[in-house]
Design a protein around this ligand. Structure first.
Ligand code: PGA
Length: 236
């Protein structure tokens, strides 16, 4: 099965012209580009092969050509998105025909306090609560994604380091177990995000349990994200 590479540009770039030229430079099928919300339409018009993603849920995404929405990113959670809000946005996205990419992951304090598994499990259970409750009204053939993004591994965190492969495989196994217990009717795929680079992407992509990557910093440079994408193509 193809591995997915999602480019999360976050607040980059500053201008629409730069966003369009970055989008053109990485217009490759199998790559999902998530520009700042303000540039969605221009990036949508600039790409032919790449897919469009949004960095958060908004009501009008599918009509703007968006196929994926990142939900519950730690930046959004820090800005006030509670587990309930994340759950609601995930259900709304799916209802709009957009695949939610739900970010879950423990903070550094939770990891150091031995509380990581519980934190991950509770985020997953909460995110699935509305999806499973409203499953009969939602397109069950849709795919939902969980991105394991330990907060301490995201490049903007102080002293960030990428998670090791065994950290990631463990984190994803905790997510999977919670998904199984929730009796989730949707197709679920599992991604990793946090300080992914051209150097470590191949190691992560080679693991059967990791279905793709969510890439922040390294996605702002066309040659770096294309290198990561190329490595994802070897992993079918
Ligand atoms: P990073 O960002 O690759 O720069 O660590 C990942 C993310 O925040 O989604």
């Amino acid at each position: 099965m193809n591995k997915l590479v999602i480019a999360n540009w976050k607040e980059y770039p500053a201008s629409v012209d730069e966003a369009v030229s970055l989008a053109r430079a990485c217009d490759i099928s199998g790559l999902v580009l998530c520009p700042p919300h303000a540039f969605l339409d221009e990036v949508s018009a600039a790409i032919e092969r790449a897919s469009l993603g949004a960095q958060d849920y908004a009501p009008d995404l599918s009509s703007r050509g968006v196929r994926y929405a990142i939900i519950g990113h730690s930046d959004r959670r820090k800005a006030g998105d509670t587990d309930d809000i994340v759950a609601e946005k995930a259900a709304l996205a799916l209802d709009d025909g957009v695949s939610p990419v739900i970010c879950v992951g423990e903070s550094r304090a939770e990891r150091e306090g031995g509380d990581a598994d519980r934190a991950i499990r509770s985020q997953v259970i909460s995110a699935l609560s509305r999806l499973t409750a409203h499953a009969k009204d939602l397109p069950v053939s849709s795919t939902i994604y969980f991105a394991y993004e330990p907060v301490w591994a995201i490049s903007t965190a102080p002293h960030a380091v990428p998670a090791t492969l065994s950290d990631i495989v463990h984190g994803i196994s905790v997510i999977k177990e919670a998904v199984l217990h929730a009796d989730c009717p949707f197709v679920v795929r599992y991604l990793y995000g946090g300080s992914v680079t051209e150097e470590n992407a191949g190691i992560f992509l080679a693991a059967d349990d990791i279905h793709g990557l969510l890439v922040g910093g390294a996605s702002r440079d066309a040659s770096r994200i294309k290198n990561i994408w190329q490595q994802s193509q070897k992993q079918h």
